[in-house]
Every structure is written in structure tokens, then in C-alpha cells.
Ligand binder design. Structure first.
Ligand code: KG4
Ligand code: ZN
Length: 342
């Protein structure tokens, strides 16, 4: 019954989680603590790396103490310590990884360096007995990645974004439209009263063979729509903001869905898993749900609290790696550009 404590500090959330897993069966989240820095970065319209790392150092120790207190687990009962080792901001990754290594060294327990993207990818399965063969779509602020997953620990990259990540496109378009950071939830909210067919925005690379994505053309199309209509300011009017949001959101959903379905059909997998911050989007979830039901494909979605950055998903990836007998040396480096699969 291993117990893992994991730290996530790759970007603007400081998070600590403690998970336990029986030899077989689902993991139990004993604690999952998060200190969000969103408000701190909002005034700057995006993440400021120096602010992020300073805040990780301030909040990490109290969060570890809070996680131990909430879980009722003593530090000496932890079987392994894990941290996100990349991808992410170097100065932020260092805080979490160094802390987890120090705890592992002091407790004479193994350390596990975990890829942030593996955490996202596995997040829909935290409450499951096992990870089935599936097609995985990770859609977050920094990444858009389509993978074939024969089993946990084995990841084959099918495609990724050639420019902006899906979440990044949401954030940048929201900024253009005068909506606050992070843009995804704002666009979703505004899109609710809009007509998704009002603007015919491009579905880049949707019909092309292969599984790569591109969102910069879509972003530019929104920009041109704004400036064509109002060369002076380019700001949307109150009335058409919902239509712009709904049409943009639909264009992103159409491309993500088409490519993921094509990948699933090609692989023969009967399961698709969606993860990452953008997978919180209700319109996206509904579109995938509908399409999967029609094709009798099982759709795996993570709990809302596991979609955006959190440490429970890192602890879960670490539990599975620990069960496979893996551990990482204490001098293993962080890597801001760490890849999940080539
Ligand atoms: O996974 P995440 O927390 O961080 C990264 O690892 O990047 O994802 C954050 C991203 C942001 O770009 C945010 O705008 C987007 O997820 N996001 C959404 C929604 N909620 C968060 N995008 C679309 N619709 C949402 N409801
Ligand atoms: Zn993330």
C-alpha cells in the first residue's frame, strides 16, 4: 500500500498531494492542496516567471505541512517523494524538484521525477483500477498533444501543435477581446449566449493527413475580423462578443474532435481520454461526449479539480511508476523542455 507525496510547481500553481494505492484498485487522494497564483499574475495579463518562483518558495513548506495534516499521514510513512521535473518554467520547476529530493534524501526514500504531461494524461484514470489502451488528447495552456497509449508508461506521439497550444489560443483571443486572464473560462462563459455559426473562422489543418494542429491562423482570423470592422480600435461591441467567442470556441473544438476521432479510429482503441485545463470546457466535453456515444467509444474525463494543474495527477503518475519499480537519481535534472514522447 504505497503512499506517495508529490509536488507540482511547473508554472503558476504550487501544489502538494498525498495519494495511496493498493496493489490493485483505484488510488485514494488523501490530500490535494493548491495555492493558486492566478490573481497575482492576472494584473500582468500572463505568468511572470520571477513572481511565480518566489511564490512557490513562500508557499511550498506550509502546503506540505497542510497536506500531511489533512491526510493524517506522518512524514515517516511516505514511501516515495515525487515532483514535476518538466516541462515548465525552469525557476519554478527547481523549487518543487529540489524540495522533493531533499525530503527523499532526508527520509531515505526513493525520489521520482515526473513529466507534467504524463500527469495530465493519466489524470482521467486516478479513480480507475487500471489505465486501458486509449487515444489521449492533452489540451492545456502550454500543450496540445495527441498520443496513442497502449498502456501506462508507454506513450506514442501522434501529433502536436505547430504554433500556439489550444489554451494559449483561448488566452490570446480573450486578451484581444478585452477579457481577463486566464481566457478559457471567460470565453466559455461569454460564448454561452452566442451563435457558434456567426463567424466562419478557419479550421486549420483539419482535413490534412497527420495529427498536427495549428491555432495561430485562427487567432489571426479573429484579429482581422476585429480590425476589419473597426480599424480604429478593433474592440468588439457588447452585442457581438458572445458570437465571436462562440464561433472561435467552435473552431477549436471542431479541429480537436476531428483529429482525435481519426486517431482513435485508426488505432482501433475503444477509449479516448481528455485532459488538461482546456478539457474543463463544457462545450468541448459535450461535443466529445456526443461523438463518442455515436461511435460507442468510452470517453474518459478527469474530475474538474484534476484538469488544471494539480499535484494529485503527479502523485498518481508517480504511484504507477513506483509500482513498475522505477525511481529517479537524486541528481536527475529538471528540464523545461522535457518531452513525453517523440
Ligand atoms: O492545464 P493547465 O492548468 O495549465 C497548463 O499546464 O498549461 O491549463 C490552463 C489553460 C489556460 O490556457 C486556460 O485558459 C485553459 O486551460 N482553460 C480553459 C478553460 N478553463 C481553463 N480553456 C477553455 N475553456 C475552459 N473552461
Ligand atoms: Zn498543466
Amino acid at each position: 500500500m504505497p503512499v506517495v507525496l508529490a509536488i507540482e510547481s511547473s508554472c503558476d500553481e504550487t501544489a502538494v498531494a498525498i495519494l495511496r494505492r493498493e496493489a490493485k484498485g483505484p488510488a485514494r487522494i488523501l490530500a490535494s492542496e493548491i495555492s493558486s497564483q492566478i490573481d497575482l499574475h492576472r494584473v500582468h495579463g500572463g505568468v511572470v516567471p520571477e513572481l511565480a518562483s518566489r511564490n512557490h518558495s513562500l508557499h511550498l513548506r506550509p502546503l506540505i505541512e497542510q497536506a500531511l495534516a489533512r491526510s493524517g499521514v506522518e512524514l515517516g510513512e511516505i514511501d516515495a517523494f515525487a515532483a514535476t521535473s518538466g516541462p515548465g518554467l525552469a525557476s519554478s520547476l527547481l523549487i518543487g524538484a529540489t524540495t522533493a529530493k531533499a525530503l527523499a534524501a532526508a527520509s531515505r526514500k526513493p525520489f521520482l521525477a515526473i513529466n507534467h504531461l504524463e500527469g495530465h494524461l493519466l489524470s482521467p484514470f486516478v479513480h480507475h483500477d487500471e489505465v486501458p489502451p486509449h487515444t489521449a488528447l492533452i489540451v492545456s495552456g502550454g500543450h496540445t498533444l495527441l498520443l496513442d497509449v497502449p498502456h501506462a508508461g508507454h506513450y506514442l506521439k501522434l501529433g502536436g501543435t505547430r504554433d500556439d497550444a489550444a489554451g494559449e489560443a483561448f488566452d490570446k483571443v480573450a486578451k484581444m477581446l478585452g477579457l481577463p486572464y486566464p481566457g478559457g473560462p471567460e470565453i466559455e462563459k461569454t460564448a454561452k449566449s452566442g451563435n457558434a455559426a456567426a463567424y466562419d473562422f478557419p479550421r486549420s489543418m483539419m482535413k490534412e493527413p497527420g495529427y498536427d494542429f495549428s491555432f495561430s491562423g485562427l487567432k489571426t482570423a479573429v484579429l482581422y475580423t476585429l480590425s476589419d470592422r473597426d480599424p480604429a480600435g478593433g474592440q468588439p461591441t457588447h452585442e457581438d462578443l458572445p458570437d465571436l467567442c462562440a464561433s472561435f470556441q467552435q473552431a477549436v473544438i471542431d479541429v480537436l474532435l476531428a483529429k482525435t476521432l481519426r486517431a482513435a479510429e485508426k488505432s482501433g482503441h475503444r477509449a479516448i481520454a481528455l485532459s488538461g485545463g482546456v478539457s474543463l470546457n463544457r462545450a468541448l466535453r459535450a461535443a466529445f461526449q456526443r461523438a463518442c456515444e455515436e461511435r460507442e467509444i468510452i470517453l474518459h474525463l478527469a474530475d474538474a479539480s484534476l484538469c488544471t494543474d494539480n499535484a494529485a495527477m503527479i502523485a498518481f503518475a508517480a504511484l504507477l511508476a513506483h509500482a513498475r519499480g522505477q525511481s529517479s537519481p537524486l541528481d536527475s535534472p529538471i528540464d523545461p523542455n522535457l518531452r513525453l514522447a517523440s
